[in-house]
Design a protein around this ligand. Structure first.
Ligand code: NAD
Length: 282
């Protein structure tokens, strides 16, 4: 399903600029971008930031109502129903979306689920597999479809959303942490493989982002530990040097920085946007 297209403007080759010729601006006008899981949370903030910067944006998600809301509020953002863990859905929807965008300059692999909060001996194989399927298989399925188009465009950028759980161990979150370490492995490998084509590949590692997802995670951790959700939330804040939650908009701003001319020499990085996470042990 494709809906709500009103793409305008000429694509600009800003991601292809060399270190010496790129202007020091942050313009993204005309960039053609796909953001996975863009109907809510961080993905929606990223899609809106690209749209605000006059990029052409297409999002996919499994949440039909969320996609409809984005279409209504941002008629310029294209939408598709696609589960990133299903390669057939990714293949079909990506080809349609890229045809509608007229090519591709940016892929933001944002989709990711929290997975279970439980001691490892209580995690079921199904929970483990589902977390891997969405969080890492999905990024691979999307990247393999995007890369030929990024090469055809003469270069571009991939941003994989990881987590500070991809940099540190995270007790009671084994599937999630493992999947996010894999995201960083994929990022560094693709950066090496694709750098010669002018394609930059980076990961962003958000800290706890204020919103519905962190509330659910805090509630699940509170149940697993037999403490209150407020104690868990206070514990998250205490883990961070900056002592506060992160805003989705801050992740979006970093994505735009990495995909614009100011990020032209940045690749292979796993960048914390997290207030500096000192530990994930509470
Ligand atoms: P969220 O739980 O708010 O979900 C955002 C969107 O993902 C929803 O619209 C949902 O429908 C969609 N989605 C879920 N499964 C999907 C699938 N299989 N295919 C397509 N869409 C799917 O998540 P969020 O907080 O916005 O997180 C976005 C990314 O940031 C994830 O990769 C997450 O792991 C990472 N992250 C989030 C936080 C945080 O505090 N929220 C911290 C670190 C990392």
């Amino acid at each position: 399903m494709l809906a709500g297209f009103s793409y305008q403007g000429k694509p600009r080759a800003i991601t292809r600029a060399t270190a010496t010729e790129a202007p020091m601006t942050t313009t993204h006008a005309g960039l053609r971008a796909i953001v996975t899981a863009g109907a809510g949370g961080i993905g929606r903030a990223i899609a809106e930031a690209f749209a605000d910067a006059d990029a052409r944006v297409h999002i996919c998600d499994v949440d039909l109502a969320g996609l409809d809301t984005v279409s209504r509020e941002h008629p310029g953002i294209g939408t598709s129903v696609a589960d990133v863990s299903e390669p057939d859905q990714v293949d079909g929807r990506f080809e349609e979306a890229i045809a509608a965008l007229g090519g591709l300059d940016v892929l933001v692999n944002n989709a990711g689920i929290a997975g279970p909060t439980a001691p490892v001996e209580e995690v079921t194989p199904e929970e483990w597999s589902r977390t891997m399927a969405v969080n890492i298989d999905g990024q691979f399925y999307c990247a393999r479809r995007a890369v030929p188009h990024l090469k055809a465009a003469g270069g571009g950028a991939i941003v994989n959303i990881a987590s500070t759980a991809g940099l540190l161990g995270y007790p009671l979150r084994a599937p999630y942490a493992t999947s996010k370490w894999a995201v960083i492995g994929l990022t560094k490998t693709l950066a090496m493989e694709l750098g010669g084509h002018g394609i930059r590949v980076n990961a962003i590692c958000p800290g706890p982002v204020a919103g519905a997802r962190m509330e659910k995670i805090a509630a699940a951790e509170a149940r697993a530990k037999g403490v209150s959700a407020q104690e868990v939330r206070d514990g998250y804040v205490a883990q961070l040097s900056l002592q506060r939650f992160i805003e989705a908009r801050e992740i979006a701003e970093t994505v735009l920085f990495l995909c614009g001319p100011s990020g032209r020499s940045i690749s292979g990085q796993a960048l914390g946007v997290d207030g500096h996470t000192e530990t994930l042990r509470t």
